[in-house]
Design a binder for this molecule. Structure first.
Ligand SMILES: Nc1nc2c(ncn2[C@@H]2O[C@H](COP(=O)(O)OP(=O)(O)OP(=O)(O)O)[C@@H](O)[C@H]2O)c(=O)[nH]1
Ligand SMILES: [Mg+2]
Length: 311
């Protein structure tokens, strides 16, 4: 696991589903990404603009943001209107990269975007075909219901049709119910397929700068079946320090407490710090925060538990 340098994600979905916007939010960037071909050669700006704006993507290309080079993305355009060739190319990429022995080429998670702005065609026949034919093996596929905020218009429309007043709390409640309904419908369809998704997440207003994508990170981390990969993702993401704390507590502190009965207290603070810090980005600000965390609260609180756990 130590040899894996970057967390690699394939994002898929129809044109205009909000894919690039999610990647920007995840990397906390408003900049256009840098694109590299499969051999590490940078593709120049004009070509990047062309490929990014036309909604055409070469799945082999690596997409990076300077703001967080710990992530590397692959972007696959939707295949609802694509050629058989495009579909086959995507399928081959998914199967090859999910199983490759080259650890630094392996994809670690797949985000499959379904836009709620097009909720009346939630799962296309081509998408269903993908879930029936494409075995992603251990690589978790998370369905991301994007642009959930656009259900607002449908909510208002339904309230009008029901002859009800357009009050904010009623609209919010209606929106929530609509999202629930579409999510249940999608789950129902995809769980009949041979290779259903591992999890579902909805995102809204991702185009707004303070948008929060913590649920996507959390759901992806929870879907990974290797702790080393969870650690790589949690320490790479910069959406939420709370997630780092949560994982450090759940995976490290709780283990220590369960492993050592009360009274057998041996605390190697340096070691303890090292294990906890492995869930955090390698950054000084967080490091000093952690030192405070250890010295002020956690060590005092758990001072009766032993801790020589090597994870
Ligand atoms: N209302 C709303 N609009 C969004 C959201 N996310 C993205 N958008 C807008 O949707 C449009 C398309 O977003 P992109 O991120 O470029 O979509 P894409 O899937 O990368 O599109 P292609 O690369 O062409 O396939 C942009 O105008 C975004 O500002 C969202 O959560 N809510
Ligand atoms: Mg895009």
């Amino acid at each position: 696991m130590k040899n894996i340098k970057r967390f690699r994600i394939l994002i898929m979905g129809r044109a205009n589903a909000g894919k690039t916007t999610i990647l920007q939010r995840v990397c906390n960037s408003t900049a256009e990404p840098e694109v590299y071909d499969g051999k590490g050669n940078k593709i120049d700006g004009v070509a990047v603009q062309g490929t990014l704006t036309r909604g055409y993507h070469n799945i082999e290309h690596e997409i990076l943001f300077q703001s967080n080079p710990g992530f590397v993305f692959h972007d696959s355009c939707g295949f609802e209107a694509g050629s058989t060739h495009q579909y086959d190319e995507m399928k081959k990429f998914v199967v090859d990269r999910a199983t490759t022995r080259k650890v630094n080429e392996r994809i670690h998670a797949i985000w499959f975007c379904i836009p709620m702005a097009e909720c009346h065609r939630t799962v296309t026949a081509a998408e269903e075909k993908f879930f029936n034919e494409c075995d992603t093996g251990h690589v978790p596929l998370i369905v991301v219901l994007t642009k959930a905020d656009t259900l607002n218009l449908d909510a208002v429309q339904e309230l009008e049709d029901e002859g009800l007043e357009i009050e904010e709390d009623k609209v919010v409640e209606k929106e929530r119910k609509l999202l629930e309904k579409w999510c249940a419908h999608i789950k129902d369809m995809l769980h009949k397929c041979n290779f259903p998704p591992r999890a579902y997440v909805s995102l809204q207003k991702m185009h707004e700068q303070d948008a929060d994508c913590t649920t996507l990170m959390q759901s992806t981390a929870n879907s990974l079946n290797e702790e080393g990969l969870q650690k790589l993702l949690i320490s790479t993401q910069q959406s939420s320090v709370a997630l780092c704390v949560e994982y450090a507590v759940q995976k490290t502190l709780k283990k220590c407490m369960q492993q050592y009965p009360q009274g057998r207290f041996v605390l190697d603070v340096k070691f303890f710090e090292h294990v906890l810090m492995s869930w955090f980005p390698n950054c000084e600000k967080v490091s000093s925060f952690m030192m405070w965390w250890i010295s002020a609260g956690v060590v005092t609180h758990f001072s009766s538990c032993g801790c020589h756990d090597s994870m």
